[in-house]
Design a protein around this ligand. Structure first.
Ligand SMILES: [Mn+2]
Length: 436
């Protein structure tokens, strides 16, 4: 609110229930910006922040929610009463969601600006359309356009300005409390990676391995996976977003697992690649070490004092990978194998409440202390004659979450093994590691 002009309103609405089919709903997940601004985990809620320098905090915070309703609670469970919204969520005032449009109308009449995000691709429509049908055509997949039309009507002559870029600037730098939660999320996922290495055996189905990972995270308190896990054995590892997870794992293959949980509103994002039978072949070890060497060098660049942007770190990842690959027998002569074929994605992205907190982030801006970014170089060798045959059909990615420091990076996913000896140790159950 300090950054917004006097007389500004910031308006943010909660996420909505989403439906799988008919009345069968998905588990509710709060919308990311609303979660960041309020920490309130119920649907059908809204917040209005009013810049008012006469208020003790410099702004006035009104929250709107369903509140308690004995009949409704019998079906949906307890809801936070308005007094508790004030006591626990820091609102100056809490009111029922039913008065939200009227309050917004009153405040808008006196406001100079309003910051509010409409669903992507939203256009005001006054046509009377069947609500249920429109719902499925709406790009947001949830709110019908009519509801947002009502909201826009409440703003009177004020044209909403986007709130998301303002919030994104704040979300980019993680507070000490956020860093703690992100470390907890990463710890749960790292532990699950470690134990899943022990669990995996040749002959198992990829989906069984995925289920085991998700089970471990859920058991440790994670509310949901942060994304659909990738459990890719052998050549499937060459497919970046392989999520079918429906093949059997063969004895001599590598298994690439890109998976992470969401814990208390924060995502984690870790990739590990390990041998299905617990021991690297010499070829697998050679390629793995090439990627690992680069990955560790890149992690060391994740400091504010390096002055580097994500894009610059990416170019560095290309240089380092090319050098490492040439050392182990790849040739990058003009027109033959290009690095783009072997490494088709970016080195990393910011992570936080959203898995990819990149939509408003400038990837060309220098990274700053308190940011959390992933470092995830990978090499995926298709069976083409220009690449050494020994490495054909091997896909390796090593991904850590790194908290950018002033002079030192902190690897949040440090508990997921990545050295060859540690991975083999986990796979083989050394030091008493169990699969459960
Ligand atoms: Mn990632």
């Amino acid at each position: 609110m300090e950054n917004l002009p006097e007389g500004s309103l910031a308006v943010c609405v909660a996420g909505q229930m989403k439906y799988m089919s008919g009345q069968i709903f998905y588990k509710f997940r709060q919308s990311s910006d609303f979660w960041y601004l309020t920490g309130f985990d119920e649907p059908d809620a809204a917040v209005i922040l009013e810049k008012r320098s006469s208020s003790p905090r410099g702004y006035y915070m009104r929250m709107f929610s369903v509140g308690t309703d004995t009949a409704k609670e019998k079906w949906d469970g307890a809801r936070t009463c308005q007094e508790d919204v004030v006591q626990f969520f820091g609102a100056d005032e809490a009111e029922p969601i039913s008065v939200f449009p009227a309050v917004l109308r009153n405040l808008s009449a006196a406001a100079s600006r309003v910051y509010f995000d409409l669903p992507k691709g939203y256009k005001r429509t006054r046509a009377v359309t069947p609500k249920s049908f429109l719902k499925y055509l709406s790009p947001s997949g949830g709110a019908s356009r009519k509801e947002y039309d009502h909201l826009l009507d409440s703003l009177g002559n004020l044209k909403p300005e986007p709130l998301a870029p303002e919030v994104a600037r704040l979300r980019a730098i993680k507070s000490k409390y956020e860093q703690e939660v992100m470390r907890q999320a990463a710890d749960i996922s790292a532990r699950a990676h470690n134990k899943t290495m022990r669990f995996t055996e040749p002959g198992m189905a990829e989906h069984a391995v995925a289920a085991h990972f998700e089970y471990l995270c859920a058991r440790d308190g994670a509310q949901r996976p942060a994304y659909v896990p990738v459990v890719a054995s052998g050549p499937n590892g060459l497919i970046i977003h392989y999520t079918s997870n429906n093949q059997l794992i063969a004895d001599d293959e590598m298994v690439l697992i890109d998976a992470g949980c969401e814990y208390n509103g924060y995502a984690s994002d870790i990739t590990r690649t390990f041998p299905a039978n617990g021991s690297f072949t010499p070829e697998q070890a050679t390629l793995y070490n090439a990627v690992l060497t680069v990955q560790k060098q890149l992690v060391s660049l994740c400091t504010e004092s390096s002055g580097m942007s994500i894009i610059q770190i990416h170019w560095e990842s290309c240089n380092l990978l090319r050098k490492e690959l040439e050392r182990i027998g790849f040739r990058f002569v003009l027109g033959a194998g290009t690095l783009d074929t072997l490494y088709p994605h970016l080195v990393g992205h910011p992570v936080g409440i959203d898995l990819h907190e990149s939509s408003h982030a400038d990837r060309n801006a220098p990274i700053k202390k308190g940011m959390v970014i992933t470092i995830e170089p990978g090499i995926y060798v298709p069976p083409l004659p220009e690449f050494p045959k020994a490495f054909h059909n091997i896909g390796i990615r090593i991904e850590d979450e790194v908290l950018v420091g002033e002079k030192h990076p902190v690897v949040l996913s440090v508990n997921a093994p990545k050295e060859i000896a540690d991975i083999e140790g986990s796979c083989q159950g050394l030091l008493g590691l169990t699969a459960f």
